[in-house]
Design a protein around this ligand. Structure first.
Ligand SMILES: *Cc1c(COP(=O)(O)O)cnc(C)c1O
Length: 353
């Protein structure tokens, strides 16, 4: 069996397991421990989340980001409520209606905003647009950090959103599939862009940052976490061998690798952006603030790159090519990609096919 293809820039979940997570997984594989989260690895990981976020939070492990978002949102609203999100939010575009399904019908109110960001005025507009009994009542704002377009909300931007959500009595859920990339991009403590900025529940991503599998739902207010383990169990998200979801987190949190890997991915994206800039026909679309570079390029260039074996998506965001760097992205991969882009551009400039 061949093991995959040359390294790609298609997605951060094309990458494998980072050494710190794998080493912890191996250690957790020795001997017998309690099941369903009663084990030392799960307890240790939860303690580490309290250390990292510098607060008394509660953490729950689930298998996917879709489950994390959907169950977190369901715990924050009733079936007659509405969830305000950006129109490009993963919960709106990529979760097959799971947030609506798990909340028994809550409606997503999708709004616009520059570079994938929901702004306070837009939230205000969506909250006040309809206030009658015949329309779902807005109850939650869902923010993605870093965003689907590879940008980040600054602490000030989150603070301004927090003022609106406090005024309007809205809860805040954060889709942090790439939260670590935002932390290192901003150079702030994790608390500054989570609970201190008004976030009630954070869905913290691990898979895209070097874990084998698994995301964590972190509640910053105990009352909101009530019965959450029942919700997980009912949704088939309560792992019996929970230590194998928790141990990789222990590995990357204790070593600090969760931030180092995110920093590497961000830096690779910065390098990629720099090398692509200035090439004819290539247009960088959004401010590159995390580990993604969105590039507008001619369709024939996309086809040519695909023919050369490059895999990447062109349906995410606003139609450009999304190039994503991971914890293990190599400089050679970036250079090989840039060379192929340059080759195409040169061929075109020379009037050839
Ligand atoms: C990848 C991703 C998720 C999680 O997706 P799953 O495939 O369900 O694990 C959630 N939000 C965002 C923004 C993502 O990019």
């Amino acid at each position: 069996m061949t093991n995959g293809f040359p390294q790609q820039l298609a997605g951060d979940n094309y990458a494998g397991i980072c050494p710190e997570a794998l080493e912890a997984l191996n250690r957790a594989n020795r001997g017998h421990v309690q099941s369903y989260g009663e084990d030392p690895w799960t307890h240790r990981a939860c303690d580490l989340f309290r250390e990292v976020f510098e607060t008394d939070c509660e953490a729950f492990f689930v298998f996917t980001g879709t489950a994390a978002n959907s169950l977190a949102l369901a715990s924050l609203c009733q079936s007659y409520h509405a969830i305000i999100a950006h129109e490009l939010a993963h919960i709106e575009t990529d979760e097959c209606g799971a947030p609506q399904f798990f909340s028994n019908g809550a409606k997503i109110l999708a709004g616009g905003g520059p570079c994938g960001k929901l702004m306070p005025q837009e939230i205000e507009r969506l909250v006040t647009r309809r206030t009658d009994l015949h329309y779902p009542k807005p109850k939650v704002v869902s923010l993605t950090q870093s965003t689907e377009l590879g940008t980040v909300y600054t602490p000030d931007e989150l603070g301004a959103i927090g003022t609106v959500t406090a005024d309007r009595n809205l809860r805040v859920q954060m889709d942090g599939a790439r939260f670590a990339n935002a932390v290192v991009s901003l150079g702030v403590a994790p608390k500054e862009i989570s609970w201190r900025a008004g976030v009630d529940v954070l869905c913290l991503g691990g898979t895209k940052n070097g874990l084998p599998i698994g995301e964590v739902v972190i509640f910053f207010r105990h009352e909101l976490a009530e019965d959450f383990e029942y919700r997980c169990k009912q949704a088939g998200q309560l792992a019996s061998k929970m230590r194998f979801l928790a141990a990789p987190w222990v590995g990357v949190l204790e070593s600090g690798a969760w931030l180092e890997h995110a920093r590497h991915a961000n830096e690779c994206a910065a390098t990629l952006e720099e090398k692509l800039r200035g090439i004819e026909c290539v247009n960088i679309q959004f401010p590159r603030e995390a580990n993604a570079v969105f590039v507008e390029m001619p369709d024939t260039m996309v086809t040519n790159l695909h023919e050369k074996g490059w895999r990447f998506y062109t349906f995410i965001g606003t139609g450009g090519a999304r190039l994503m760097c991971a914890w293990d992205t190599k400089e050679e991969t970036i250079d090989a990609f840039v060379d192929d882009v340059k080759d195409w551009a040169r061929g075109r400039a020379g009037g050839g096919g």
